[in-house]
Design a protein around this ligand. Sequence first.
Ligand code: FES
Ligand code: FE
Length: 442
Amino acid sequence: MKLEELQQMKEKMEDGYLPQWVVTDPEIYNLEQERIFSKTWLFLGHESELKEPGQFITRMMADDPILLMKNKNGEIKAFLNSCSHRGTRLCTEDFGKKKTHTCPYHGWSYNLDGELIGIVAGNKVYGEKMDKSEWGLRPVPRVESYQGMIFGNLNFNAVPLEEYLGEMKWYFDIMLGRSDGGMEVRGLPQRWVAKANWKMTSENFAADPYHVQTTHRSAVEMKLTPTDPLYASYGHQVVLSNGHGINVITSATGESANKYQGMPESMWPMFEKNLNKEQLEVFSKVTNFVGGVFPNLSFLSSCSGSEGTKHNHLNFRVWRPIAPDKVEIWVWYMIDKELPEDYKEKSYKGFLATFGAAGTLEQDDTENWARIIEASQGRMARDRKLSYNNVANYLMGFDNVEPDENFPGPGIAYPTCYTDHAARSMHKYWLELLMKESEGEG
Ligand code: FES
Ligand code: FE
């Protein structure tokens, strides 16, 4: 794809338009794999999934299968899940605990540091010359964590994770660092494949509370959410560095009937010890945090249940692109480790009813994403002549919403969540990354 074409798209985006065909185009998809998913920090899992030495989980980073394990020293190591003999997938399980991983093909085995420690018939078939130390598993170039969240990066020269997260760390501290002992993942991440483009799913969380009243109308009808058409607009949409974004949703008055997202009062002193004044101000008023770390990690911290029995839950999700029109969705449920067991149980049930593969709200969203693909793959929608009106509309809040200087958190905060500021920022960053290599290539 030519640099001019990307540049032209960026100019369109500056004006609030995004060509519709970018959600189904194979060339764009290949560029994204090379220039975004090979170079940015991708979420792999949470440290609570690897509590003891020997525990392992298998994940995907773009198209690479990854094996994460905790070694004897308690360090988390991540490798390409591929045997160094003939390359077959080494570990075929999703999770477990073992001291050594033995390949199912010819039986080579590896320890928790990825070192090759055993070869079937060893010296008898390879002689003395083969040096086992040269045939260990290939480590993921960079693995770093923040607040228990483990990320990997295929780019040795990437900026440190914390620098990449930037202002998002302040919000992660509220969601993930408020309790002593941090968060824990409950159950396994749910996983399924959906017809969708990863940009639309990421945007839905980072930048689009506007869809809530229409897409999730059944929640209004079940009296789970208010009838007010502006209900998900109250609060602030915050544009963060590197294409990240977050919506800090409050009630219409800006105050929440459920302080600290309705969590038990016994937890409050701990929150007040672990968070600063500004973080507490935001946390005491928020009803939902919904946002995303570019490119494809999204999160939602909300309360579910009827009034008076609301339970907070936090879910993180990865939209792993597997084709221009397909994502593999991974959803983790997380909860404060310190919360009483009965609270966790009720919260988990509330999560399962609303989000995850069988959640009602999740399925509302998934249908719309599939319909975007269906309506964007035909000849009219794919026509690249930009004179055609084949663009999606990102004009909300374009020149009628100004930043709120009094918002206590970092980032550029707009005093409504019904605006396209975060979406425009995310798509502009996406185009910047796509153009980067083109410039170098001349
Ligand atoms: Fe693993 Fe041969 S491919 S031992
Ligand atoms: Fe939704």
